[in-house]
Design a binder for this molecule. Sequence first.
Ligand code: NI
Length: 195
Amino acid sequence: MAENAFNIRVIGDPGLREPARPVSDEELGSESLRALIDELAEFMRSSQGLGIAAPQVGLKKRLVLMEVRDNPRYPKTPPLPLLALINPSLRPLTEQQERAFEGCLSIPNMRGPVWRTASIAVDFFDAEGQPRSFEFDGPFARIVQHELDHLDGILYFDRIKAEDLKDFGHERALQAAGVDLTLSRATPAAWRDLS
Ligand code: NI
């Protein structure tokens, strides 16, 4: 079944550090790619992720999924329908940066503070192979930047500033210390479909 079809790669796995390849024109919108997206979405839900990038399960494709429903790991993040971002490219829309704690299925049980651009636009192809453009703000912009980094072999851990490394830690300890792990920031989570 879908839950068993994938294994999450964790930090230390060299595959997480390799750049992924673009999805080919032939594969875009294909039945097989859509089936893969469905399976990966199920896997993401069962893992309680808000997003997942194909390299996290050993697939070297420039494919990212995002979805926010009732998620016990991120209870205050508003809903986002399932989005498949294929061959995505990112444009910052502001110079404003925000600091918040991120987690990653590939760095289990840990969270760390990362500075990200507060507002971005993403051009991508959807599951049907259509070109799309979305804007994302706040926590959604953060998730997109985190997931797109995976396509280039970058983990959020790499982006923690030296002075913030002392705040990196196990989610249980951080929670006990009263650290806000909810992704709720000054810029509210929002998205707009520009396509
Ligand atoms: Ni991640």
